[in-house]
Design a protein around this ligand. Structure first.
Ligand SMILES: Cc1cc2nc3c(=O)[nH]c(=O)nc-3n(C[C@H](O)[C@H](O)[C@H](O)COP(=O)(O)OP(=O)(O)OC[C@H]3O[C@@H](n4cnc5c(N)ncnc54)[C@H](O)[C@@H]3O)c2cc1C
Length: 463
């Protein structure tokens, strides 16, 4: 079967790319291939049963609409957050395209004034404390859909694509590329144990973090140029809302970057969820990662956010993906396949957390997918030192942060260890093959994934 454009991965980059293709030319024959299911069929058995049955393809991670479907969907309106594709495209085009994506959100019923545009006294005070502690506050306007709101929006968008004749081939996993004379000709996918081939001279890859490892194998095999990138390892912390009140009510999310004094490593806050919930991200039995989200209507009394350490390795080591996976496996080994959790008080006291000790705190965890234990048994010293230093600095900006009530869920890992060589049109060294979103190594958020999908399609249509 031959298509004008194939999207390999039906996540944020894929569906916004498909939207753009249809907008530019309704007659294009478009196929979206995804390892998971259609959005409406993405049902996690845990919702009914209360426990994880370890589906071969996790409905939370894989499927049309991608990681965004169950995400809290904070949509950031600035090129500085959500990735760094601007290093290849320039800043203006990224910001313009972000605005364009926000207009698509509006078209499908989501219209919210971004927070963080006007500064009040609380915000000025927070900014001053950041300056005093050498923390960079990346204060950019953000819209917040909520986990429920994003699902509604993506359902409308996918229905629109279906109405316009976009085809979806789900439960199909990308296996191989077909390349002739340095140009893409098609893709080979596996479906229920059988091989299928789909042809196109334009293939847009957007396989997300969940497909990053597979994509790296494909790149190696087919001569797609890439370089070894960084990996983000850290914890997701949970703290009573009351401690985060000033930040939550005024910024919703305050993105902070800090270079530690001890190692000069880069630490950052990521994906803050006021009144949110901790989530377990299962990449198989032995890799279980901490994450978090927040609903528009359903609220907890805790805020969760990630504290991540960006680690780039120098020669001869070139396997950051495997390194981070080994950390996750060590943690899952200790917990029997759950997230490892410890209170900051217990970490500082050098003892494991237990349910009995946790019961003495002011905070109640928003998940049961954890085992109370000792993070220092699984987290490399350098990363743990960086986390502790960042927590103490955060405490000066947000008094109460470094309290015993701070819960640390380990590990939170952002796999973006491969950085595919792309030009300003997202095209790789293989003609007609485009790399977008998280799996390209240039994206880490909804905004940049959508931008990259759209820019790739604009180039295809221009051609
Ligand atoms: C819990 C959670 C909360 C988040 N919250 C936010 C937030 O608030 N704001 C924000 O900006 N970002 C957030 N993110 C990140 C955001 O969701 C991603 O950056 C974004 O979805 C990336 O888009 P993408 O298209 O690159 O990949 P994805 O959306 O992950 O889509 C990748 C697609 O590829 C498919 N796939 C994977 N492997 C294969 C394969 N081998 N063959 C075929 N298909 C494959 C997957 O099924 C998936 O549909 C969150 C992520 C998570 C997990």
């Amino acid at each position: 079967m031959k298509y004008d454009v194939i999207f390999l991965g039906g996540g944020q980059a894929g569906i916004f790319g498909a939207y753009e293709a249809i907008k530019k030319n309704e007659d294009l024959k478009i196929l979206v291939i995804d390892k998971g299911r259609m959005l409406t069929q993405r049902v996690c058995p845990k919702e009914k049963l209360g426990w994880c049955v370890k589906c071969p393809t996790c409905a939370i991670i894989f499927g049309v609409s991608g990681a965004g479907a169950f995400s809290d969907s904070k949509f950031n309106m600035d090129y500085r957050v959500g990735g760094d594709v601007h290093v290849v495209t320039g800043k203006a085009i990224v910001n313009d395209t972000i605005k364009y994506v926000a207009d698509i959100y509006k078209e499908f019923g989501f219209d919210e004034k971004p927070t963080g545009l006007e500064y009040n006294q609380f915000m000025l005070d927070i900014k001053k404390r950041c300056i005093e502690t050498n923390v960079q506050l990346v204060d950019t306007p953000t819209m917040h859909l909520g986990t429920d709101g994003s699902r509604e929006l993506y359902t409308k968008l996918v229905n629109y694509l279906l109405e316009k004749g976009v085809e979806f081939a789900t439960e199909r996993e990308a296996e191989e590329l077909i390349i002739e004379n340095g140009a893409i000709e098609g893709v080979v996918v596996s479906h229920k144990g059988k091989e299928e081939i789909y042809y196109s001279s334009n293939v847009v890859i957007g396989m997300g973090r969940s497909g990053a490892k597979k994509l790296m194998d494909i790149c190696q095999k087919h001569g797609v140029n890439y370089e070894t990138g960084a990996v983000d390892v850290g914890v997701r912390v949970e703290i009573p809302d009351i401690v985060m009140k000033d930040i939550n009510e005024n910024f919703y999310e305050a993105k902070m970057i800090y270079y530690t004094q001890k190692y000069k490593d880069r630490m950052r806050t990521f994906c803050s969820n006021p009144s949110g919930f901790i989530a377990a991200e299962k990449h198989g039995d032995d890799v279980v990662l901490a994450n978090g989200h927040a609903y528009k209507d359903k609220k907890s009394t805790n805020t969760n956010l990630a504290l991540l350490c960006t680690k780039t390795f120098t020669e001869p080591f070139n396997q950051p993906f495997e390194y981070a996976t080994a950390i996750a496996k060590m943690s899952a080994m200790l917990t029997g396949g759950k997230i490892l959790m410890q209170s900051y008080g217990d970490l500082k006291a050098g003892r494991r957390s237990t349910e009995e000790r946790l019961a003495r705190l002011n905070i109640v965890p928003t998940t049961e997918d954890y085992v109370a234990g000792d993070i220092s048994l699984a987290c490399p010293k350098r990363i743990l030192d960086n986390i502790i230093e960042f927590i103490e600095v955060h405490d000066k900006i947000t008094p109460g942060f470094a309290s015993s009530d701070l819960l640390l869920y380990f590990p939170e890992i952002k796999f973006r260890s491969t950085r595919i060589e792309i030009d300003k049109n997202m095209e790789t060294n293989i003609k007609g093959l485009y790399a977008t979103g998280d799996s390209s190594g240039y994206g880490s958020g909804l905004n940049i994934a959508a931008v990259m999908g759209i820019l790739a399609v604009r180039h295809i249509v221009e051609k």
